[in-house]
Design a protein around this ligand. Structure first.
Ligand code: TMP
Length: 221
């Protein structure tokens, strides 16, 4: 059975993940690969409804950290089985904007839920499906905050303007950033630390240098 490559992108708000995912997808397509670009929470019809509840629903002010953890992982359990496993089995390149490291960083470190409990919920959601490589785009807190501010000023449909996560306080994001640092240090083989504050083309080149050796050769390439 052919096997694709599962690449996840991680980082705090405004770290440049969306831009870099598109650039990497284009590079992989240019050498003949089929690419699936996904996001979490979301990426399936069920997951997108959960995403709305988590981020934009007017009823989510009262959401507990425990409910947040379970909803993130309900969305994840769905995308893993509905999309990621079949795509990898078909040999596709799967690029996912966030995966379980976000849960460790945001619900574990950010919301300060018990890290062992978080781990067991994640394991139940993903089973054996783990990223081959994770690209962690690190940006300083000021860059992150500035990028979020300019994104908020962009014209968005009314229901998307409010984002529960972007309302969290500075201390929360400091804990999330610390959590990412711990994750990157504990799994250096899988999690690659990238300075996301560099120019877009420099970040793109760094990512390609990490990914290219892992990409199976196709066609004339
Ligand atoms: P984004 O798609 O704009 O990055 O928004 C997703 C938000 O959800 C972001 O603030 C991070 C948060 N999140 C978690 O808290 N835990 C998770 O497991 C995932 C996937 C995302």
């Amino acid at each position: 059975m052919s096997k694709g490559l599962f690449i996840t992108f991680e980082g705090t708000e405004g770290c440049g993940k969306s831009t870099q995912i598109k650039l990497l997808a284009a590079q992989l397509q240019a050498i003949g690969h089929r690419v699936r670009m996904l996001r979490e929470p979301g990426g399936t019809p069920i997951g997108e409804e959960i995403r709305h509840t988590l981020k934009h629903s007017e009823h989510n002010h009262a959401m507990t950290a425990e409910a947040e953890l379970l909803l993130m992982n309900a969305s994840r359990a769905q995308i893993v089985r509905e999309v990621i496993r079949p795509a990898l089995a078909a040999g596709d390149m799967v690029l996912c904007d966030r995966f379980y490291d976000s849960t460790t960083a945001y619900q574990g470190y950010g919301r300060q839920l018990d890290l062992e409990k978080v781990k067991s919920v994640v394991e139940f959601a993903v089973g054996e499906t783990k990223p081959d490589v994770t690209l962690f785009l690190h940006v300083p807190a000021e860059v992150s905050a500035e990028r979020v501010r300019s994104r908020q000023q962009a014209t968005l449909p009314l229901e998307l303007q409010r984002d529960r996560f972007e309302e969290a306080d500075r201390k929360f994001f400091e804990r999330v950033a610390h959590g990412y640092g711990v994750i990157a240090a504990s799994e250096p083989q899988r999690v690659k630390f990238i300075n996301g504050a560099q120019p877009v083309d420099v970040v793109c080149k760094t990512i390609w240098e990490i990914v290219q050796p892992r990409v199976p050769k196709v066609g004339r390439w």
